[in-house]
Write a protein that binds this ligand. Structure first.
Ligand SMILES: Nc1ncnc2c1ncn2[C@@H]1O[C@H](COP(=O)(O)OP(=O)(O)O)[C@@H](O)[C@H]1O
Ligand SMILES: N[C@@H](CCC(=O)OP(=O)(O)O)C(=O)O
Length: 371
């Protein structure tokens, strides 16, 4: 079976490759990766790197006795290590590399999201190789993505990539962790990601790696739902990249969904964090799910949480605990408490102004699965 062709790819390099000894970065596994990138670029394909390794690089300079490194020390390691990690990449390419450090809070803000997208596109136009990492030194828990597997899927969506290569220290997804079970069997192709796939994926055994296989499957789910073929391959083996160049599939391919959801809805579903909940009556629930309607104030029963205009919220039936939709709300929680259950015309009369008809516009609304 041949791999689908691609035009633009994101290639994620985990700590397991750039920092195989977990302290300090190393060129040991980077040369075949850099050769692969150079060859792809010569063929007219574009590549964005998402690289881990800043924490491992920083460990060389900030010694810490205990295995469990406190958050502040990890951030300091990352700050001193980013530069070093970038230096390693730069030495492999004749054209320049550009560093982009971001957090989840940058990606969930629509304006910043578009700004990052434009910057990445300009860099690619100028044949500059972007190297993305999380801005670990600044990110608080609420701000961060937390792992570069998920970050790479978000970046792949952002740049409209058609392939995502997650390069790690393992040959792909197995039916259990091969580091723990020598009889584990590799799964060459995953057509659909569901709970049975998640149940196979374990964590990381490394001190600097984050997430293990679970975050890779999460990344694959995000990317494939956006129409991006996702590969987990072993970046420790040079032949992996030879195979990829020949169009073979050396690891596990998670095949893209044939009906990808739009950019905006993808961003809404996977990137935006809901700030509150809107409880709706049966009529509104039916209108949203069956008729593809916008949410109007008349169907709202209650409001929970404290959100502002433009924030993401979950919509759920007043009779159920499961959310049915997620959307961007045009009103604040405070405003909704006043207009809930009212017809749009009555609001105009009561409050003396012409309200926005849709509390959540259909275009800003994503029905969740199983609703
Ligand atoms: N089902 C599985 N198949 C393959 N690897 C698995 C599985 N479950 C857990 N793993 C672990 O995931 C590790 C790779 O993740 P991680 O250490 O975070 O690497 P990276 O630094 O490349 O992100 C593997 O070395 C393996 O121990
Ligand atoms: N941002 C961190 C890496 C976080 C991460 O996800 O690591 P990994 O699981 O090795 O890809 C760093 O630069 O060290």
């Amino acid at each position: 079976m041949k791999a689908p062709s691609w035009r633009r790819a994101v290639l994620k390099v985990g700590s397991a490759l750039i920092a195989p000894d977990e302290t300090g970065v190393s060129t040991k596994y980077l040369l075949p990766i850099a050769r692969f990138i150079n060859e792809c670029r010569e063929r007219g394909q574009e590549v964005v790197i998402v690289s881990s390794g800043s924490v491992a690089a920083g460990r060389k300079h900030i010694h810490f006795e205990h295995k469990k490194v406190p958050v502040a020390v990890r951030k300091a390691m990352s700050a001193v290590g980013q530069n070093e990690m970038m230096g390693y990449w730069s030495r492999f390419f004749d054209s320049p590399c550009a560093q982009l450090l971001m957090t989840h809070s940058d990606l969930r803000d629509r304006a910043r999201y578009v700004s990052i997208k434009n910057t990445l596109n300009r860099l690619l136009e100028h044949n500059i190789l972007p190297v993305v990492n999380e801005n670990d030194a600044l990110a608080t828990d609420e701000m961060k993505v937390g792992d570069n597997d998920n970050l790479s899927a978000m970046v792949a969506t952002l740049v409209d990539a058609d392939a995502l290569f997650i390069c790690s220290d393992i040959d792909g997804l197995y039916d259990s962790d091969p580091n723990l079970n020598p009889d584990a069997k590799k799964i060459p192709v995953v057509e659909q990601i569901d709970e049975s796939i998640y149940s196979l994926a374990g964590g990381s055994v490394s001190d600097v790696g984050t997430g293990g296989m679970r975050t890779k499957v999460e990344a694959a789910e995000k990317a494939t739902s956006h129409g991006i073929d996702t590969y987990i391959v072993n970046g420790r083996k040079g032949e992996t990249f030879e195979s990829l160049l020949q169009g073979d599939i050396p690891g596990t391919l998670f095949r893209r969904q044939s009906d990808p959801i739009s950019n905006k809805k993808h961003w809404l579903r996977h990137t935006l964090v809901a700030q509150g909940e809107i409880l709706v009556d049966e009529g509104a629930e039916k209108a949203l799910i069956e008729n593809g309607a916008s949410l109007l104030s008349s169907g709202i029963v209650d409001v929970q949480g404290d959100f502002d205009r433009g924030d993401a919220v979950l919509v759920r039936s007043a009779n159920d605990t499961d959310a049915i939709a997620k959307g961007i709300c045009q009103y604040s929680a405070h405003e909704l408490m006043h207009i809930k259950g009212q017809q749009t015309e009555d609001i105009a009369e009561k409050f003396g102004y012409s309200p926005i008809t849709e509390v959540i516009h259909r275009d800003d609304l994503m029905i969740l699965e199983d609703a």
